[in-house]
Design a protein around this ligand. Structure first.
Ligand SMILES: [Zn+2]
Length: 322
């Protein structure tokens, strides 16, 4: 592998973002024209699905071995997420995403992602799709035992609700009237302006991994500006990358997002660990902002894994710190 081989360089770079193996990155990038984006952007309805998926899976508090329980991913026209083979994690994802409604609920709310449909498990994969679009997210890396346990546990919860309407099991080619009403009620005409950011972050999840797991990765957008002002908090004792490395990756011209750094508030190395905050704003022509928070808390019950020798308070750290 030559150091001057542009394909080798591009494949190594892509692997950092997606967690894919280097040879797989080479195969996927080889047919692309020189200078093409290394992490393909999702388009319209695919972006929308990924925006809703990140909103659903990143919000509730869960510690996982990997960010969002994703080991690696394959970004293409569709998105394939390889999950930790954990029934608990998969059940969580199903419960936060699959649409259903309780007819006795006075609010008439659709829970989960309205319009989402689920394919049958096959060879370790299931697909999440949206009728009348070609949007698709594949959940991969699941054994039959994991899948059956996860889906069975989720079903068992819903059978306690009499007459629950399980929309994800209905016609895969049509959205029900109730789901269409719910979408019209909660989605605003200009929401699409912020979809690129959630989709772009989801497609780069492995950047937020930890070298001392587990990790808690949570992301949310402000209700006043849903999907536009995002906050992502990574809680772990040792992120795999420094803050500066993550900023450099997220703003990289070929593999990053149209973001620029606007602020960094770092407390690494201080006696009392505090959250560090990185602020990024959308580049001109794009809409939205991102606040990254790095919180050095340890997993409850996990023995603190800090270096034996503490740095002197006067030790200077490079700009950006950890
Ligand atoms: Zn810091």
């Amino acid at each position: 592998m030559s150091l001057t081989d542009p394909l080798a360089h591009a494949a190594r770079l892509r692997a950092d973002y997606t967690g894919e193996a280097y040879p797989a990155c080479r195969v996927r990038l080889a047919p692309q024209p020189h200078g093409a984006r290394l992490i393909p952007d999702a388009e319209s309805e695919q972006q929308r699905l990924e925006h809703h998926l990140l909103t659903a899976i990143a919000r509730p508090f869960r510690w996982t071995r990997l960010p969002f329980g994703i080991s690696h991913l394959e970004p293409a026209r569709a998105l394939t997420l390889h999950l930790d083979d954990s029934a608990e994690r998969v059940r969580d994802i199903l419960s936060w995403t699959l649409p259903w409604a309780d007819p006795d609920d006075s609010d008439g709310e659709v829970h989960g992602i309205a319009g989402l449909r689920l394919s049958d498990w096959r060879h370790g994969r299931v697909s999440l799709t949206v009728p009348d679009t070609d949007a698709k997210v594949v959940l991969a890396g699941l054994t039959a035992a994991t899948w059956n346990t996860a889906l069975g546990a989720y079903h068992a919860n819903l059978t306690e609700i009499p007459h629950a309407r399980l929309y994800w099991q209905t016609d895969p080619t049509a959205v029900t009237a109730h789901e269409a009403d719910s979408t019209a009620r909660w989605e605003h005409d200009d929401d699409h302006r912020g979809w690129w950011l959630a989709s772009g972050l989801l497609r780069r999840t492995p950047l937020f991994a930890s070298t001392a797991g587990p990790v808690h990765t949570e992301a949310w957008s402000y209700p006043a500006r849903p999907g536009v002002e995002w906050v992502m908090e990574v809680v772990c004792t040792r992120p795999s990358r420094t803050h500066q490395e993550i900023v450099t990756a997220l703003t990289h011209p070929r593999a990053g997002l149209p973001l620029r750094l606007t602020g960094l508030d770092c407390h690494c190395g201080q006696d009392q660990p505090r959250s560090c905050t990185v602020r990024l704003a959308a580049a001109p022509g794009h809409f939205g902002s991102l606040r990254l928070m790095f919180n050095p808390r340890a997993y409850p019950g996990m023995q603190e894994q800090r270096p034996a020798v503490r740095r002197r308070a006067s030790t200077r750290r490079p700009a950006g710190g950890r």
